[in-house]
Design a protein around this ligand. Structure first.
Ligand SMILES: *Cc1c(COP(=O)(O)O)cnc(C)c1O
Length: 400
């Protein structure tokens, strides 16, 4: 018996059974569906990408996994070297893990220990955004601010170690003014808050955050698990505002195998680098640096570089804007777009009930949540396929 995610098992409808997948398409026994959400935003090159699939097969012919405790291997070394070049600034020090949530946990642990290693024990608090989502493990739930996912936290109340702030510069300044000497980090999903409702905000907020973090010696963490690899229209938001730690996941392997990375800058790394064994980072997921995953990630980054992806994403953004700008219908609260993401927010979630089946009949897989109907397509999508995704969204409201 499979226990499915985010579902009341008693009332959930049967999931679609996928028997094959290639490019932007998922295949069921009787349908061919464009995946409009890239399997939780990860499959940026589409399914069964030849280069990534080959890399996984070639690695499997050697070995699939060895632990990183006391051992290392070519694929993880090459991936770390690649990320060093590919990521901006001095984000050079890669700690690998098996999922985005764990990679965020590692970032938060790094931030806390960074100060503990300096005997600053008072910096116990995390600053994060309202409506943020950073994963489903416990510390990431606390850092997050999304009751719709994490209402279980009500059982023990709000964490005294997390302060949430709105995405206005005024609120940010106020929070730093009040808490700065208790904060170890400010963690954000930069520009685009995904699971909290595809909320978008301005880069000026992050520029001010960088200034305040510098002023008060607080680490800035960008959780780019969702935004990394082009989703906002920037390669990484970190290209524009450099954080102290970046977290990558989802699209890291092109969505072919689960893996994630917490990549620190030199200042953070140096905060652990010493003769004192107590200053070491005490973390080590069993499958960190998995050889299949590292091979997939390397091939994925190469495909990203070779495929003019930033141009593709700009084109997707432009066609999306042409098609969706100004669209409205009764019950629609907002239509917003950024890079390879578009979201229709409705007044009442009941308005989206039945959309998944409606889209399925038209050959599109979608998964609206709460009040949000959105698309985050694979970047290899054609114009016709993208228009089909967007027009299906519009037709749902027009045919109501
Ligand atoms: C999906 C997501 C995570 C969690 O990643 P998992 O691999 O699902 O654990 C963390 N942060 C953000 C911003 C995400 O979108």
């Amino acid at each position: 018996m499979i226990w499915y995610p985010y579902e009341q098992m008693k009332t959930m409808k049967d999931p679609y059974r996928i028997i094959d997948a290639e490019g932007v398409y998922l295949y069921t026994e009787d349908k061919k569906l464009i995946d409009s959400i890239s399997s939780w935003w990860s499959v940026i090159h589409g399914y069964r990408h030849p280069k990534i699939t080959k890399a996984i097969k070639d690695q499997a012919d050697k070995f699939s996994h060895v632990m990183l405790g006391g051992l290392t291997h070519d694929s993880v070394i090459r991936l770390a070297d690649k990320l060093k070049d590919f990521l901006p600034g001095d984000l050079d020090y890669c700690f690998f893990s098996d999922s985005g949530s764990v990679a965020v946990e590692v970032a938060l642990k790094m931030a806390l220990q960074y100060y503990v290693n300096q005997n600053k024990f008072e910096r116990t608090k995390i600053l994060s955004l309202t409506h943020s989502y950073h994963g489903d493990t416990f510390k990431t739930m606390e850092a997050g601010d999304d009751e719709d996912y994490h209402f279980i936290l009500k059982a023990y109340g709000v964490s005294p170690n997390v302060v949430h702030v709105d995405t206005t510069i005024e609120a940010l300044e106020e929070a730093f003014d009040k808490y700065h000497n208790e904060l170890n980090c400010f963690i954000v999903e930069p520009l685009l808050q995904g699971a909290g409702g595809m909320r978008m905000y301005d880069i000026s907020f992050l520029k001010r955050a960088r200034e305040l973090c510098d002023k008060y010696d607080v680490l800035l963490i960008f959780d780019e698990v969702a935004t990394g690899f082009g989703r906002t229209g920037y390669r990484f938001v970190s290209d524009v505002v450099l954080p102290d730690i970046i977290v990558l996941g989802k699209a890291l392997t092109g969505g072919h195998i689960g893996h994630a990375a917490t990549v620190a800058g030199k200042k953070v790394y140096d905060g652990f680098y010493s003769d004192d064994p107590d200053h070491a980072l005490m973390h080590g997921p069993t499958f960190m640096g998995n050889a299949l995953a590292c091979s997939a990630a390397l091939a994925s980054i190469e495909a990203f570089e070779e495929g003019n992806y930033m141009d593709r994403i700009a084109h997707i953004a432009e066609l999306t804007r042409e098609t969706m700008e100004g669209f409205t219908a009764p019950g629609i609260k907002d239509v917003r777009m950024m890079g390879g993401c578009v979201c229709i927010e409705v007044e009442d979630s009941s308005l989206l009930k039945g959309y998944q089946e409606f889209a399925y009949e038209r050959g599109v897989f979608a998964r609206p949540f709460l009040n949000y109907l959105y698309a985050m397509v694979p970047y290899v999508i054609s114009d016709d396929e993208l228009l089909k995704v967007l027009n299906t969204m519009k037709e749902w409201f027009e045919e109501k």
